[in-house]
Write a protein that binds this ligand. Structure first.
Ligand code: 17E
Ligand code: FE2
Length: 411
């Protein structure tokens, strides 16, 4: 198969892409079609590596309002609403919602997801169901599973035991939630426990870290220190880190050295944290999004996630990575020309580092032929005009396509 006139990652010149046996075999200007080879002219459209959702809660997806709506819009009421929904979980309910959500993502060019799954459930109903359904969905997406202790590791009965059981069941990533633990001591102990569990089992880590406007929430320094000392380094991701929005500049100045040394990754969730944070403020209201611009300028890897798709924490979402990038650039004031042009990296290459996808991710000869085509000439235009993903190709196979809408002004 030969894809002609692809504008790979905003390149000035177009190239042709040859796909054989599910892999990229040649990428060059003007490849000559072979006898009998199928040809698809991309007409100079933008071609990117597949989109990645680095932070989502698939166990809770598509449950907003069931059984109750989150009226205050706080993280904590979201956790209460979810605790009520958790009582009604069964395997088929979880699988049905995950299938629908992952198919929505697939329609928008997302081929990789990292999902947090709440393991503060003595039966681990959602975890067992998601580990099963991810096998069924392998032809459209790779799904990494995080053992996420929503109600705490130290602050929930048998929290440590449930984390260990989740490891036995086959999770890929260890989570934690230090800002939700009852005390600062529990918070530190939960991180020590989680980091050691990850190190012992050779797993990645992704912590819901300081998702609060409380500038005294300091889970991040503990996490980065353990990442450094245990040699976990870039296997570790700090998600949310909203408190960093509220830290004093003097403290951040000191913290940055450790963050750089630790090599940990960050995931910001701009849609959800602008919605959930600042709820105890009158005016001015904080936005609660971590310091993406400063982290990026310091050479630290940051990705953007959606966090939610129509669940107790966030009542919207359509399974696309576009809106989180769009809002993320606004709220972090990263709206320079190059910032906008390259912002696809927050949900592609940067997110690939979070997931540790390694060399097999990306558009180059020898790699699995996975890519998306957008109806735009570059990502600036794609983002600005909300261009659709017209093709999503996975290991050489087209798994989703969209016809761009034809709009006409009649006068
Ligand atoms: N749970 C949590 O602690 N924080 C969030 N943002 C979501 C779930 C979505
Ligand atoms: Fe989250």
């Amino acid at each position: 198969m030969l894809y002609q006139n692809a504008r790979i990652e905003n390149a000035k010149e177009t190239q042709d892409i040859r796909v054989e046996n599910g892999c990229f075999s040649e990428i060059a200007a003007s490849l000559v079609p072979r006898e009998g080879e199928e040809v698809c002219d991309l007409g100079g459209r933008l071609v990117l590596p597949p989109f990645i959702e680095p932070h989502i809660h698939l166990d809770a997806t598509l449950t907003a309002g069931d059984p109750v709506w989150n009226m205050s819009g706080t993280l904590f009421e979201g956790i209460e609403c979810w605790a009520k929904r958790k009582d009604k979980l069964n395997a088929e309910d979880v699988k049905d919602r995950v299938r629908r959500a992952v198919r929505l993502y697939a329609s928008n060019g997302v081929q990789y997801l990292r999902t947090h799954v709440d393991v503060t459930d003595p039966e681990l109903v959602a975890l067992r169901a998601i580990l099963e359904v991810r096998e069924e969905l392998r032809n459209i997406a790779d799904i990494q599973v995080v053992a996420f202790p929503q109600e705490g590791i130290l602050s929930f009965p048998n929290g440590k035991g449930l984390m260990e059981e989740a490891v036995r069941l086959g999770v890929d990533v260890i989570g934690a939630i230090p800002h939700f633990e009852f005390t600062r001591e529990y918070s530190v102990e939960s991180l020590n426990f989680a980091c050691e569990l990850a190190a012992k089992n050779g797993l990645l880590m992704d912590v819901h870290c300081d998702e609060t406007d409380d500038d005294q929430s300091r889970g991040l320094e503990t996490l980065a220190t353990r990442a450094l000392e245990l040699g976990l380094k870039d296997k570790v991701t700090a998600s949310h880190t909203c408190a960093m929005h509220s830290y004093s500049n003097a403290y951040v100045l000191k913290l940055m050295r450790l963050l750089k040394m630790s090599e940990i990754n960050f995931v910001a969730n701009p849609l959800v944290n602008t919605h959930l944070e600042g709820r105890a403020d009158t005016y001015p209201k904080r936005r609660g999004v971590t310091r993406v611009k400063e982290l990026t300028e310091a050479g630290i890897n940051v990705a953007f996630g959606n966090d939610d798709l129509f669940d107790p924490w966030y009542p919207m979402g359509c399974g696309s990575m576009r809106d989180t990038v769009y809002l993320g650039l606004h709220v972090t004031q990263m709206m320079g020309y190059e910032d906008i042009l390259n912002s696809y990296r927050f949900v592609t290459t940067n997110a690939a580092k979070v997931l540790h996808l390694g060399e097999a991710y990306g558009i180059k000869a020898g790699n699995p032929a996975s890519f998306v085509v957008m109806d735009a000439k570059d990502y600036y235009e794609a983002l600005s005009y909300n261009a659709p993903v017209t093709l999503s190709v996975r290991k050489g196979e087209v798994i989703a396509c969209t016809e761009p809408a034809r709009k006409q002004v009649l006068k």
